[in-house]
Design a protein around this ligand. Structure first.
Ligand code: INI
Length: 166
């Protein structure tokens, strides 16, 4: 147990308010049965939280492998406050899964760290299609919605950190 009074410590946490944030959602078409549902979940969560449609942009790419290059370009353009990546990589019988899933995660993570623009990872990596559907609006929720709200929170937190000293 800490000996500090809770009010003595400054705690910073981004809000879940998307208003005024320009958000790009980059979604891959591969396994689009799943990724369309992730996109629906992301847009629904943002709408419920009060996002303005003109602040949102959806960009479609062929597969999860293609996500990092687009995310990197969006970061270079610097017109976006937060990026949400959505995709679905299902393990097959070949090592392709490991390359696609690994490089996608590494690539989008590197852009976030290098640019200071939050990139939420809503790319499902599962052993089966059933596990993916469970996480795309099924019994385990919608990871697209979670990624979208994560991006909002992180954009607000980074905005707060950049705008205040100390
Ligand atoms: N892309 C995915 O998004 N999910 C997958 O499960 C997948 N599998 O299994 O192969 C996949 N492959 C395509 C890859 O993302 C690229 O689009 C392709 O290699 C062309 O660059």
């Amino acid at each position: 147990m800490s000996s500090f009074h809770p009010h003595e410590i400054k705690v910073r946490e981004g809000s879940g308010n998307p208003q005024g944030l320009r958000i790009a959602i980059v979604v891959s078409r591969f396994n689009n049965l799943v990724t369309d549902r992730l996109l629906d979940g992301a847009l629904d969560a943002l709408a419920r939280a009060g996002a303005t449609s003109s602040d949102l942009e959806v960009i479609k790419v062929p597969g999860a492998w293609e996500l990092p290059v687009v995310v990197a370009e969006l970061a270079r353009l610097a017109k976006t406050d937060a990026i949400v990546c959505l995709g679905c990589v299902v393990r097959g019988d070949t090592p392709h899964f490991d390359y696609v899933a690994g490089e996608s995660a590494k690539g989008i993570g590197a852009v976030a760290v290098d640019s200071g623009i939050p990139v939420a990872n809503g790319v499902l990596t599962t052993n089966t299609m059933e596990q993916a559907l469970d996480r795309a609006g099924g019994k385990l929720g919608n990871k697209g919605a979670e990624a979208a709200m994560c991006a909002v929170e992180m954009a607000q937190l980074l905005r707060d950190l950049k705008s205040t000293k100390g």
